[in-house]
Write a protein of this length. Structure first.
Length: 263
């Protein structure tokens, strides 16, 4: 049987920017092990699978390693797939996921994602993470992910990870966010996952569920413009709304096609 497949760059309108996600429309769920193997074959950070229902869209995300419970760029890419390629007109798009209901709307050239906040609390940094960092952070917080705060953008850009030391800890399904005030943005960040096939995620929407409440309070503002300064890079516009955060960005289809699974 043949299945459509779209590769979409989330949080960018450039062909080689943002975070690439593969999106697979389904009419019924495939076995979990098959969806995981499809994600491994696609070899990007996330593959999103969705099923259109009467009033909502059921959505699941797989990395090449595991199924995860929240993925910002995979959600944005799926919304773009629905509106640009699936003749979907209902807005906001209501996604049902393992993290509950998520909503995405599109206007003024941006996709707007409504996610729950994951506010971090002060924490001690586990030894494998601390020893893996080329530059120590000035502060550490913990929500789903560890949030490491630095003094300046150049610290985040120059930071190197000792992979063998870093991989001594398993944070699944979380990771490590590093962040600092931006030179031309309110803040910048990068995101790393130990023991993952892909060490650095190019642009991580879900990380901003923790980043936005932190920087909103530090900068005393609720509307923020952020950049994730990976090698591909991406732009994110954020609005802090207390228990919710709106994460906005662009998207661009890079390729579309299909694949076949023989029974």
């Amino acid at each position: 049987m043949r299945y459509p497949l779209y590769q979409i760059n989330a949080f960018s309108d450039q062909p080689f920017g943002g975070n690439p996600a593969c999106v697979v429309p389904l009419t019924a769920w495939l076995p979990d092990e098959v969806m995981l193997r499809i994600a491994q074959q696609n070899a990007v950070a996330e593959t999103a699978f969705f099923i259109r229902e009467t009033t909502s869209v059921a959505l699941r995300w797989f990395t090449p390693d595991i199924e995860i419970d929240l993925c910002g760029h995979g959600t944005l890419a799926t919304a773009h797939c629905l509106l640009a390629h699936q003749k979907f007109t209902q807005q906001p798009i209501h996604f049902t996921t393992k993290s509950g209901s998520l909503y995405v709307s599109y206007h003024n050239g941006l996709y707007h994602l409504d996610f729950p906040t994951h506010e971090g609390k002060e924490a001690l940094l586990p030894t494998p993470i601390a020893q893996a960092l080329s530059i120590p952070p000035k502060a550490v917080f913990k929500a789903r992910d560890y949030l490491l705060v630095y003094d300046q953008q150049s610290d985040v850009e120059k930071l190197e990870i000792n992979r063998s030391t870093f991989d001594q800890i398993n944070l699944s399904p979380g990771g490590v966010i590093v962040t600092a005030p931006g030179e031309h943005h309110d803040f910048v960040s990068r995101f790393f996952t130990p023991q993952a096939s892909i060490l650095e995620d190019p642009v991580t929407g879900s990380a901003h569920c923790t980043l936005v409440p932190y920087w909103a309070k530090q900068l005393h503002k609720t509307s923020l413009h952020a950049r994730q300064c990976s090698s591909r890079g991406g732009e994110i516009w954020c609005d802090y709304k207390g228990e919710r955060v709106q994460i906005s960005g662009k998207a661009k289809t890079f390729s579309e096609g299909s694949f076949s699974i023989e029974k």
